[in-house]
Design a protein around this ligand. Structure first.
Ligand code: AHG
Ligand code: MN
Ligand code: MN
Length: 327
């Protein structure tokens, strides 16, 4: 049932916004609202720590590897602890999927939501004071509460998300999320300790002139991707690639553009993770009027087969994603 939207003014605090829009959820018991508040709170703690990076010893490698065999940074681990703790203590989540943990965690509680999270996105930018992010997806548990979590609770298609969002730790810190009724952006006001509505009802321009792809890997792109990149150059598009997915996505959401992490000769499914990177941003992109595919298929329709599976990712302005697909 599509409920009518209540327009709230810019400057509305996140808590009030969530409360006012609670009626939009199919099961308006307040649990999903609390979950969003828990995530917002953990992000404020992470934000505080990120802001101190450089002053205290939280930069650099941890000396361990994550689920994908990549070097964990100290802040990856710290952010994972902050979000895990907030979501575990909150009691609304029954299971957690994280980039930083090999298998999912069954919290053995009465919680009714499953969360997938990339606690810190853009690890290579931590040490150099460049924007980084957090990405989260929220699903309803499908098996009965009170029993062990099952694969069907975990491996849900992106289309089943009930909410998704990201936090961008940038020149200002922002939380952007959707519950399937449009996309709203909140800017963190650090002196108040509050996220306030700054970008109501966000929409992505239908067309754009910015393309974001790591061209350093161009030699291993498919002929189709190579020709699309050449097309962008022929059209005099602007190239912008930060290397933090959240930041690249956010810029394109506001200004119009396309982000591509394609399959490469080395990585047949690209690099990005379906469950805690692509699904959330695909949901937001679609809610903002954009598009997200793996080059052929809608991201939200992909049925995950494993927790950390990867997918090629094309996301952004609708017309640009369609053009890229046509190659
Ligand atoms: P993470 O830091 O969570 O491992 O994610 C890094 C991802 C993504 O943020 C970014 O767009 C991409 O890796 C950059 O990869 P390349 O360096 O291969 O371009
Ligand atoms: Mn990431
Ligand atoms: Mn990460």
């Amino acid at each position: 049932m599509e409920s009518s939207r209540i327009a709230l003014p810019i400057g509305t605090a996140l808590d009030r916004f969530i409360k006012n829009n609670q009626f939009q959820f199919q099961y308006a018991s307040g649990e999903l609202s609390q979950l969003l508040r828990d995530i917002a709170l953990a992000s404020k703690v992470v934000n505080r720590e990120i802001n101190k990076a450089g002053l205290i010893d939280i930069m650099g490698p941890m000396g361990s590897q994550n689920s994908g065999g990549e070097q964990q940074q100290k802040l990856d681990v710290l952010a994972n602890i902050r979000f895990t703790r907030a979501l575990t203590k909150g009691g609304e989540a029954c299971a957690l999927i994280s980039e930083e943990t090999e298998s999912y965690v069954d919290l053995n509680n009465e919680g009714r939501y499953v969360i997938a999270i990339d606690p810190l996105d853009g690890s290579s930018n931590i040490d150099v004071n460049v924007s980084i992010g957090t990405i989260f997806s929220i699903y309803r548990r499908v098996s009965p509460v009170g029993k062990p979590i099952q694969d069907k609770d975990i491996l849900q298609r992106g289309a089943e998300q009930v909410a998704a969002g990201y936090i961008l730790y940038g020149s200002s810190t922002m939380l952007v999320y959707t519950t399937g009724h449009g996309v709203n952006g909140f800017t963190y006001e650090s002196t108040l300790g509050e996220y306030v509505l700054s970008h109501p009802d966000m929409t992505i321009p239908e067309k754009g002139r910015t393309y974001s792809i790591n061209e350093g890997s161009a030699n291993s792109f498919s002929p189709a991707v190579k020709s699309y990149v050449q097309f962008c150059k022929d059209e005099n598009y602007t190239a912008r690639y930060i290397g933090s997915l959240v930041a690249d996505f956010h810029r394109n959401l506001l200004k119009g553009g396309i982000y591509i992490y394609p399959a490469t000769a080395k990585d047949k499914n690209g690099k990005l993770r379906l469950m805690y990177e692509c699904n959330a941003l695909a949901f937001i992109a679609e809610q903002a009027g954009g598009k997200a595919t793996d080059g052929k298929k809608r991201i939200l329709e992909i049925k995950p087969e494993s927790l950390h599976e990867r997918t090629p990712f094309y996301v952004g302005s609708k017309a640009m994603v369609e053009k890229a697909e046509s190659f």
